[in-house]
Ligand binder design. Structure first.
Ligand code: SAM
Length: 238
């Protein structure tokens, strides 16, 4: 069982998409416990203010440190792994997903508006980005990371080998899939897959995977097969 807490001003942006399909089932079956901590609940003024204008000027609003700090403190325990979602972070990929799937408790801090006061950064063990683009908030990023991590929790996918040969896991893209009918609008399923010969099928799949990777993602075949685990940031804010 994994516990995940998301520190967010907009819990429904995470809760709703992660209530469907495989992750929704993983939550219902107790593989994943997902809870929320809203910085707005940790404010003390009448307007429950969570943001303010940036020092030095500039557009947009900045999330204030104290409500975020308190929201994290409420859910963080000994052994929790705290992730700050930011486009400036380490790039998320399958090896990071695998590393995170082994943790017992993840806490995601989701920024919004122009981001969070920089002084909360040391709360995090890792700063993580889901790609080189800017989202309106950390919530869609949290959904992506939690989804990718949840399917790697043992027991979530009913076939234990489902994640073994897939794209990125072996350093290659996965071979294409086909299902019935055998001929669809004049397009035939490749003969090797209809042969019933397991050795031939495995050879066809690995040749396809290699060819596809070289063609569309040559950078992947150049990467080492086992990546170094992501380096953790030392906690200095308690
Ligand atoms: N002003 C910030 C900058 O230029 O780096 C962008 C802030 S963004 C509009 C608001 C929040 O969305 C961020 O604090 C972060 O939590 C989240 N976010 C945006 N893009 C992201 C990405 N690629 N990966 C992870 N989180 C992201």
């Amino acid at each position: 069982m994994m516990r995940v807490d998301a520190v967010t001003l907009f819990p429904a942006m995470i809760d709703s998409p992660l209530s469907e399909s495989i992750v929704g089932r993983a939550r219902a079956e107790g593989f994943l416990e997902l809870e929320f901590s809203n910085p707005r609940d940790f404010t003390e003024d009448r307007h429950r203010t969570v943001d303010d204008k940036p020092y030095g000027g500039g557009t947009g609003m900045v999330m204030m440190a104290e409500p975020v700090y308190r929201a994290v403190k409420k859910v963080r325990k000994k052994g929790s792994f705290v992730i700050l979602l930011t486009p400036k972070g380490k790039r998320f990929d399958q090896s990071v997903a695998l590393e995170l799937s082994k943790k017992k408790h993840l806490v995601f801090i989701c920024g919004h508006y122009e981001g969070i006061d920089e002084r909360v950064t040391p709360l995090a063990n890792m700063e993580l980005s889901i790609g080189d683009y800017v989202l309106t908030g950390g919530e869609p990023a949290a959904v992506v990371v939690i989804d990718a991590v949840t399917r790697l929790i043992p027991g979530v996918l009913k076939k234990s080998d489902a994640t073994v040969n897939e794209t990125f896991t072996g350093g290659l893209l996965e071979a294409p899939h086909y299902t019935r009918p055998g001929v669809w609008r004049g397009k035939k399923v490749p003969d090797a897959l209809l042969s019933g010969n397991h050795k031939l099928i495995a050879e066809w799949r690995s040749a396809q995977a290699a060819e596809l990777t070289v063609k569309t993602r040559p950078d992947l075949s150049a990467e080492p097969k086992v990546k170094k685990p992501a380096s953790g940031r030392k906690k200095i804010l308690s």
